[in-house]
Design a protein around this ligand. Structure first.
Ligand code: CA
Length: 224
């Protein structure tokens, strides 16, 4: 699961990042309205957690833009404003659900799970590049319908690269996707996982190739 967290309060960001990571979710973070617009323009997310009061304006203004671009990613509004008029505004503008701060993390998780069960979200859980299919929800990869057994970290690398097929994924983003917030990890561990994955994809004729730029990141390309 890949979640976009749009939130400007550092303490809230680190608490949510850590908690979501523990539940196997990969988190990208945007700290302002402008940054969030950049993220949603290029990336596919399973859900967006959206704060309202952001540097640059009201987070809610992002939602009509998403929907106009036929982006159906579920949006869960997070806000300090808890009154009814604000909730109605949020839902009217296309947000899927609303959670007033402070909230219990368990409630956030329950609401996320409910959003992710919706049909649009379920469809989006299978992503494809070349001959490779990845069922993100069940963490299963296959090539031309044949299961491809991969260890968890290689699956996480594959997911991060496939979600941005044809685009460079920076080392930092991959490190976070694969290892989370554990900063004890050596940076070259990432390269080891990538090269194992690259070999397996090539041996199984995955129709994709992984290119790397030293010190910058990796990119998965379709070669079919
Ligand atoms: Ca805020």
């Amino acid at each position: 699961m890949r979640i976009l967290l749009v939130e400007d309060e550092p303490e809230m960001v680190s608490a949510l990042r850590a908690a979501l990571w523990r539940h196997d979710m990969v988190v990208d973070h945007a700290g302002s309205l402008l940054e969030a617009e950049g993220f949603v323009a290029v990336d596919g997310y399973d859900a967006i957690l959206l704060d309202r009061q952001l540097p640059g304006g009201d987070g809610l203004t992002l939602v009509p833009k998403l929907r106009a671009a036929r982006n159906t990613t579920p949006v869960l509004m997070l806000t300090a404003r808890g009154d009814t008029a604000d909730k109605v505004d949020g839902l009217d503008m296309g947000a899927d659900d609303y959670l007033a701060k402070p909230f219990a993390f368990e409630e956030l998780l329950a609401r996320l799970r409910a959003l992710l069960r919706r049909p649009a979200a379920i469809e989006a859980q299978t992503i494809r590049s070349g001959h490779v299919s990845l069922d993100v929800g069940h963490r299963e990869a296959s090539i031309r319908g044949e299961p491809l057994a991969l260890p968890r970290r290689e699956l996480l690398v594959l997911e991060a690269l496939m979600r941005r097929t044809g685009r460079m994924v920076q080392r930092e983003a991959l490190m976070e996707a694969v290892f989370g917030l554990d900063d004890e990890i050596q940076s070259n561990a990432l390269d080891t996982h990538v090269s194992r994955l690259r070999r397996k994809l090539s041996e199984a004729d995955g129709g994709v190739v992984i290119n790397g730029i030293r010190g910058v990141g990796y990119l998965l390309r379709e070669i079919t």
